[in-house]
Ligand binder design. Structure first.
Ligand code: PMP
Length: 355
């Protein structure tokens, strides 16, 4: 820390992104919930074409992309805001709606960026413990009268809430915003997008990083009542009007025009998830019933951190979190079927070696 940092920066504990191996390190990479598939050929081509126009500023309104995304979701374009990854729309929500006297609340085990955004923006926040089985107790949020952030499916547990529960939470907190972070929704949860037409306090956030294979492009979106979108646009135009670069806008359009590609990949990932869950259960792992593109698993005979290091030593990267309640677990991204077979085989060897 330099002697120039202000009080808030000095006390921040930043988010730690998952490890990105260096070029010469060859891992089976199952640690940051990326897609194992390349972006759709159409997305790649449109991004490459956009490179020739990088001398010009990108469209700050993301008009074409916004209109297409809105149409695909059955909402009006003024109810959509495209952002630099969904991390940015989450930050915009904290900046626009939370603060002194407008506290935030989220589960004790969830996406690690929520408390970081809260601290960064000087937002008072509380966490609500998940149940013993890591499920969200919906009753905890009914009429809680704070701004609510819930990932659905939740991370790193993968557990999803039904739409009816989301609606109860939203309806019971009309004077607060409810942000439903749908980063993993395509892998098996019900989307709350249609509820944004009926509830003026609901923001749904989505990403192109997971099911759409565009993590490196950084593209996310918020869907909400037009008044909420306008408030977040005020934040956007007060920080970085050109938040989504032109290659990314083009890639996003290409991806949306190539739904079949995404759907096919989703089918492969979901069946690889079922395969992996079945095999790991048979090996004695405790697993959550994941609706996401990752598996959250613990084994009674091997400490979570030890398993993480043993896998890493054998060329497989997974994600381990040190939080007290989850330190025995690892979050394993679902990759290609052949990589999941290698994972299962490697875990068998590790379990054999510690007998
Ligand atoms: N929400 C959740 C629950 C996540 O796990 C992630 C990925 N780290 C994000 C949001 C943000 O993803 P991105 O910024 O790539 O859209």
């Amino acid at each position: 820390m330099s002697k120039f940092s202000n009080e808030r920066t000095a006390s921040l504990v930043p988010y730690t992104p998952g490890e990105q191996p260096k070029k010469n390190q060859k891992y089976i990479k199952l640690n940051t919930n990326e897609s194992p598939f390349a972006p759709s050929p159409r997305a790649q081509k449109m991004a490459a074409d956009a490179a020739a126009r990088l001398n010009l500023y990108c469209d700050p309104t993301c008009r074409e992309l916004t209109e297409l995304f809105a149409e695909k979701n059955g909402v009006e374009p003024e109810c959509v805001l495209m952002t630099n990854g969904s991390d940015e729309i989450l930050n915009f929500a904290f900046m626009a709606f939370c603060g002194e006297g407008r506290p935030a609340v989220f589960p004790d085990i969830t996406y690690g960026f929520y408390p970081v955004f809260a601290e960064l923006n000087g937002v008072p926040y509380e966490t609500v413990p998940l149940r013993e089985d890591f499920s969200i107790n919906v009753e905890d949020y009914i009429g809680i009268n704070k701004n609510i952030f819930i990932a659905n499916p939740n991370a790193p547990t993968g557990l999803a809430l039904p739409l009816s529960d989301i609606e109860r939470i939203v309806a019971s907190n009309p004077d607060n915003i409810v942000v439903i972070d749908e980063a993993y929704v395509d892998f098996g949860a019900e989307s709350a997008v249609q509820l944004t037409k009926r509830y003026k306090n609901l923001i749904v956030t989505q990403t192109f990083s997971k099911s759409r294979s565009l993590a490196g492009a950084r593209l996310g979106a918020g869907i909400a009542d037009a008044a909420l979108i306008a408030d977040m646009n005020t934040v956007k135009y007060s920080t970085n009007p050109y938040n989504v670069n032109s290659m990314t806008q083009a890639a996003g359009i290409g991806s949306l025009l190539d739904e079949d590609y995404t759907r096919k990949n989703l089918d492969v990932i979901k069946s690889a998830r079922e395969y992996t869950a079945k095999e790991l259960s048979a090996l004695g792992f405790t697993l959550t019933n994941s609706s996401a593109n990752f598996i959250f698993a613990a084994h009674p005979d091997i400490d979570g951190e030890k398993l993480y290091f043993e896998l890493k030593a054998r060329g497989i990267l997974v994600r381990h979190f040190s939080g007290e309640r989850i330190k025995n677990y690892n979050r394993i991204t679902v990759g290609l079927p052949k990589d999941m077979q290698t994972l299962v085989k490697t875990i068998c060897e590790i379990l054999e070696s510690i007998k």
